[in-house]
Design a protein around this ligand. Structure first.
Ligand code: IDP
Ligand code: MG
Length: 151
């Protein structure tokens, strides 16, 4: 099923110059970029985005971290995009992530795990896309390779 997911290169990934590497992986996979913005997240948005973790001991550190510098926020579209992006990201902890995944190739530490992607829970991706993007900031278009990506 064609769907959209929210992806963000976190401040550590931006500072380490990994935007291109990460975008390239999703492009190569055949996912389609339909929205992107390079922004600094304010505290309110960070707290809302990570609201499900507000009772966790790491919540304040997480909000500090995600607001500590610019992020690359994106929407990627494709078949089974939410689950495919999660698989490409690896585990939450880079130390437990398989080589070949973004976190398994590009990170070492749980608190600096380079990338965010919506989880597969019903409605998560839509909620996050709506938080970061207005409807008119998302682009409908065809990529010329679509007939070679999909049967
Ligand atoms: P996810 O990013 O793989 O979906 P979540 O459990 O949703 O993982 O956690 C959100 C973010 O919170 C993680 O990406 C990581 O940055 C941070 N985080 C999660 N668990 C911990 C922890 O135990 N200590 C410190 N930070 C954590
Ligand atoms: Mg999560």
């Amino acid at each position: 099923m064609t769907e959209r997911t929210f992806v963000m290169v976190k401040p550590d990934g931006v500072q380490r110059g990994l935007i291109g590497e990460i975008v390239g992986r999703f492009e190569d996979r055949g996912l389609k970029l339909v929205g992107a913005k390079f922004v600094e997240i304010d505290r309110d948005l960070a707290e809302e985005h990570y609201g499900e973790h507000e009772d966790e001991p790491f919540f304040e550190d997480l909000v500090d971290f995600i607001t500590s510098g610019p992020v690359m926020a994106m929407v990627w579209e494709g078949q089974d995009a939410v689950a495919q992006v999660r698989a490409m990201m690896g585990e939450t902890d880079p130390a437990e992530s398989a080589p070949g995944t973004v976190r398994g190739d590009l990170g070492l530490d749980l608190g600096r795990n380079v990338i965010h992607g919506s989880d597969t829970e019903e409605g998560s991706a839509e909620r996050e896309i709506d938080l970061f993007f207005d409807d008119d900031e998302l682009v409908d278009y065809e990529r010329i390779d679509e007939q070679w990506l999909y049967e």
